[in-house]
Design a protein around this ligand. Structure first.
Ligand code: NAX
Length: 328
């Protein structure tokens, strides 16, 4: 039997945590042959709630769940971690400026990066879900200098999946008929879901739609503002769909993406497509041999170029702000 993989989940008592942990424990994160040990990190006030979730996990008698430990200290929670899902974050509250938000999250992601640097396993893979996800990932990465930068990623897979479904509905096709969807840039309202490289049964998606007004004025804002629409409808932010996307992101990272297709993930830029080196920005990526690699050589039309530049400019501003705060 395989040795258990240590999966650290922060924000374990939150709503995404509640949707995520059962799927991790059932084997959907890493596959049906891989036992997992859960290491849950919460703030002290929420440890009791995390214990309640752990009781329910116990009650599922998952064959692949090899143990659950709960911590309120990042150093302990990340010790030996092979996979880290950084879900807990400081939400933006009323009257909070962007600088305050970045600073509050720096207080979370800097010590977590340091703890990963100090004690995670050599093969650690980090996915940041907590917002502002790209810049939180950058903070953690910058504070883990001994870990290869490529091990730090942020989640745009939910945006990617939203884009697949919106396009499938528009064209009356199944999501399985769509390939090569891309989300570029920041996981924020400036993100750019790209239909000029996506393909529907082999036809460029933008051509299959044949309606640039829909693409620009409906599709892009619908995908980018879907989180707000969910809050409006549900009275709470996306949780199960976010957990599902986190599962997809890590599963593909470990197991590879299918031939002839790619996915979207925010990864450390190597300068591809003019995105400044070091920014954690969303790209089209394939996963090969356990690594996410940026798909190279795509031609960008003027519209795509502008959209990507705008989102990347926002990421650069966030980076400059956290640099000024001494967080990176
Ligand atoms: P909740 O508020 O339900 O849960 C967050 C949990 O994190 C709480 O239990 C809290 O105690 C814990 N926490 C706070 N600080 C912590 C710390 N320093 N260490 C460990 N735990 C800590 O939020 P939830 O709905 O679960 O969302 C979590 C995060 O995901 C939010 O930042 C949210 O904005 C973000 N999202 C990101 C998405 C993405 O696509 N990247 C989509 C969904 C979601 O909005």
């Amino acid at each position: 039997a395989k040795a258990p993989v240590n999966v650290t989940v922060t924000g374990a008592a939150g709503q995404i945590g509640y949707a995520l942990l059962f799927r991790v424990a059932s084997g959907q994160l890493l596959g049906p042959d891989t036992p997992v040990k859960l290491r849950l990190l919460e703030i002290p006030q929420a440890v009791k709630a995390a214990e309640g979730t752990a009781m329910e996990l116990d009650d599922c008698a998952f064959p692949l769940l090899a143990g659950i430990d709960i911590f309120d200290d990042p150093k302990q929670a990340f010790a030996g971690a092979n996979v880290a899902l950084l879900v807990g974050a400081r939400p933006r509250t009323k009257g909070m400026e962007r600088g305050d938000l970045l600073e509050a999250n720096g207080g979370i992601f800097k010590p977590q990066g340091e703890a990963i640097n100090a004690g995670a396993a050599d093969d650690i893979r980090v996915l940041v879900v907590g917002n502002p996800a790209n810049t939180n990932a950058l903070i953690a990465q910058a504070n883990a200098p001994d870990v290869p930068a490529e091990r730090f990623t942020a989640m745009t897979r939910l945006d990617h999946n939203r884009a697949l479904s919106q396009l499938a509905h528009k064209l009356g096709v199944s999501v399985t008929e769509i390939k090569k969807m891309t989300i570029w840039g920041n996981h924020s309202a400036t993100q750019y879901p790209d239909l000029y490289h996506a393909e529907v049964n082999g036809t460029v998606a933008a051509d299959a739609v044949g309606d640039d007004a829909w693409l620009r004025d409906e599709f892009i804002p619908t995908v980018a503002k879907r989180g707000a629409a969910i809050i409006e409808a549900r009275g709470a932010s996306s949780a199960a769909s976010a957990a599902n996307a986190a599962i997809d992101h890590v599963f593909d990272w470990v197991n590879g993406t299918p031939e002839g297709d790619w996915t979207s993930a925010a990864v450390v830029s190597d300068g591809s497509y003019g995105v400044p080196e070091g920014l954690i920005s969303s790209f089209p990526v394939v996963s090969r041999n356990g690594r996410y690699e940026i798909v190279q050589g795509l031609d960008l039309n003027e519209f795509s170029r502008q959209r990507i530049d705008a989102s990347v400019a926002e990421l650069a501003e966030e980076r400059d702000a956290v640099r000024q705060l001494g967080l990176i």
